[in-house]
Each structure stands twice: as C-alpha cells, then as structure tokens.
Design a protein around this ligand. Sequence first.
Ligand code: DGL
Length: 284
Amino acid sequence: MPLFLYLYFVERTGKIGVFDSGFGGLTILREFVDTFPMYDYVYLGDNARAPYGNKSFDLIYEYTLEGVKYLFDQGCELVILACNTASAKALRTIQQKDLPIIAPTKRVLGVIRPSTEEIGSLSRTGVVGILGTEGTVNSNSYGIELAKLSPKTTVIQQACPLWVPLIEEQAYDSAAGKLIIASDIKRLFDQNHEIDVIVLACTHYPILKSLIDSLVPSGVTVLSQGPLVAEKLKDYLIRHPEIEKRLTRGATLACYTTESSDYFNEHASEIFGQPLRAAHIQLN
Ligand code: DGL
C-alpha cells in the first residue's frame, strides 16, 4: 500500500470512542485515560439533547446510533457507551441489528454488565442500592444482570430524574439542588435500610460523589463506575487480542459536543480535571 494511503488509514482508524448524552461519560473517559494512557480516544457528548434518561426507547436508540456512527466515522474501532441509559435501551439493538450491517468488525460495549460483575461480592448485608435515571431504573437492567450474576443479592432501585439536568446545568451545588439529591437518597433508604453498597448507575453521578458520600449512613460504600468499567475493559482487551491489536497508540484525545464548544470546554475541563477542547458538531 502506498505510504500516503497507509498513513491515511492509520490516522483514520484504531481509536476508542466514548459516547455519552453529555458530560457524564467524562468520568469513564478519565479512568480509561489513566489506565490506558497510550491509546487514542474520541469523546462525544450529545449535550444539546441531554438528558436522555426520561426519553422514549425509540429516541434514545436513534440518538445513540447516530453517536456511534459518528464515532466510527472518526476512526473508532471500539465504542463504549459510557451512558447507562443508552446501554440499557440501545446497546443490544445496536450490537445485534446495526453492527453486522454498518461495521461488522467494530465493537460497541456498554457499562451495565461490567458494573454488575463484582457488586454482589462487595455487600455484607446482601442489599445493594442502585441510583440511576428513570430510563435505567425502569428498564430493570441492573436487576436482571444481578439476578443472573448474584442471585442472592437484593436490588433496591431509585430513579433520580433531576440529577442529570442539575449536573448539565451546573446547578447541583445550589440549596435546591442539594435538597433534591438528599430527598432521592432518603427515598432509596426508605425502601430498605439494609443497603450497604450503592452503585452510581449513571455516569453523571460521580460528579456528585462527595455530596452523596456525605448524605449516606456511615459504613455505606458508594461506587462510581469508572474504575469498574476500566478494569473490565482491560479484561476484554486481553480476551480479544484481535481488537486490541487494531488500537492505535498515539496517546491523543479529541472531543466533540453537540452543544457549543465554549459551554463544553468550560464545564468538561472541571469534570475531567484537565483542559479539554471540543469541536461543535451536529448529529442529525
Ligand atoms: N450519563 C447518563 C447515564 O449514565 C445520563 C443519561 C441522561 O442523559 O439522562 O445514564
């Protein structure tokens, strides 16, 4: 192959795509970059259309598929849906129906299965709390996965429909924001006081982790998904050397947002912990 063609394809492929409805996936991307700094990443936040959590199945599927196709066009070999709502509602259809047609050699993975694999063994009481969006909680994806992986675990779920809007609007630090967060946590524990492990089953929620830690009874462990998902990605790449060897190692990161890039850059950098510069794109 001529060198310029080779460089074109190397430049165009081999990246890891991370997709979220907005800022939340940055909490997963942070762990990926810390764990595997050598790979090339593309982040896409559909901030303009967030939140996804209270939208219909059809809309979440349509938006997520648009995001995945965009990331493939940017040269991603592997796309992680770093959004529980998209993982719950769109992942299976994309994997089974779309992928064989649009990109049979590429892979799309979600965050729910990797987050549930170790949870059961972390609880002493056997009662685990799940905080997520309405879409994630109503899908019962965590209940279904945990019933398979850890049948003795009791799963208590609480939807927190206002948390993502509070985060996307940067309003979670307000008195009203704190009241809403505290009342949803109380509703979780009112269902069962034995909960000793809580999974933040929405990638936006780790942004609230210190506030949540201060609101739960002492002895309760609050788990963010980032470390769990990064650990499982490591296992996945070991089990799938055919995917791993296609990943390029330029240590680059490109970010895209459907909102204005100024809006993204200001807030994303705070969440990610280092300056980020996104380009504005349109998905539809
Ligand atoms: N970060 C997404 C999740 O993990 C938030 C979904 C939303 O936009 O409501 O579910």
